[in-house]
Design a protein around this ligand. Structure first.
Ligand code: ADP
Ligand code: MG
Length: 258
């Protein structure tokens, strides 16, 4: 049966145990077919790591989940909200989905604390005091409470990325998306960011993480999805994925990163 189109009110999810249901997602950039029917369901509390060569469509795919990219075919449902082109609907979806990017994307002219409180105050309409209280708790959780009054440019890359995580969490999302969150970091800072992500996963957050960090994928992922050429080529539990990949393209990719 066709799922009814809805605007902004969450309906009871079609599959309550699933936080994300992406079905047959198709996208073109002009003539270029970038997503060739990608389907992925993510359970509540599940951590899915997406791997694949550069240009395989990983970023494009996860960016469709919060309407940062339009798509031309298929469907996406986040926490029971079916994504549509309606602006109210997109706002509702974005409240459910936190996103962390490779390049942090903090507001350079705002302090750390202001970065974290901005959306709760303007989008959630929280009183400033409440937003600040929650922000301080989150900054403590990611280990940078003492940096609250500083500006992003005064922080290391690892600290900035932890602020970005706190900022996303401040909106109390149901799902967190990470797009190569450690790829722009100096090696010595990768760990502090992965540790925050590990804790978040252990606390039960639903996460989709694009990363080439094999150690993180092995330890934290419930499932690994391998994309190539705009398709999911293989998906498996971490142990099976790394020890016994089924597809030639997966084996070739792993031989390059392991
Ligand atoms: P990945 O994250 O796996 O490296 P992307 O999703 O960024 O891959 O990109 C997938 C493909 O789409 C690449 O071939 C890329 O060049 C192309 N692409 C990405 N963004 C655009 C765009 N705005 N316009 C045209 N092509 C794009
Ligand atoms: Mg990418």
């Amino acid at each position: 049966m066709e799922q009814p189109k809805i605007d902004s009110q969450p309906l009871p999810p079609t599959e309550p145990e699933l936080a994300i249901i992406a079905q047959d997602v198709q996208k073109w950039y002009g003539q270029f077919h970038v997503l060739k029917g990608v389907s992925l369901s993510v359970k509540r509390g599940e951590v899915v790591v997406v791997m694949g060569p550069s240009g395989s469509g990983k970023s494009t795919f996860i960016r469709t989940f919060n309407a940062l990219e339009e798509f031309q075919g298929g469907s996406i449902e986040i926490d029971g909200i079916r994504l549509s082109h309606d602006l109210k609907n997109i706002e509702a979806i974005r409240r459910e989905v936190g996103m962390v990017f490779q390049q942090f994307n903090l507001f350079p002219h705002l302090t750390v604390l202001q970065n974290v409180t901005l959306s709760p105050i303007w989008v959630r309409r929280w009183p400033k005091a409440k937003a600040q209280q929650v922000a301080m708790q989150l900054l403590e959780r990611v280990g940078i409470l003492e940096q609250a009054k500083k500006f992003p440019g005064q922080l290391s890359g690892g600290q900035q990325q932890r602020v970005a995580i706190a900022r996303a969490l401040a909106m109390q999302p149901k799902v967190m998306l990470f797009d190569e969150p450690t790829s722009a970091l100096d090696p010595e800072m990768v760990r502090e960011v992965l540790d925050v992500m590990r804790t978040l996963a252990a606390d039960g957050m639903t996460m989709v993480v694009v990363t080439h960090e094999v150690g993180f994928a092995r330890e934290v992922a419930d499932r690994i999805v391998f994309m190539d050429g705009g398709m999911i080529v293989e998906e498996a539990k971490p142990h099976d994925f790394f020890q016994n990949p089924q597809e030639e393209r997966t084996r070739k990719f792993l031989s390059q990163i392991l």
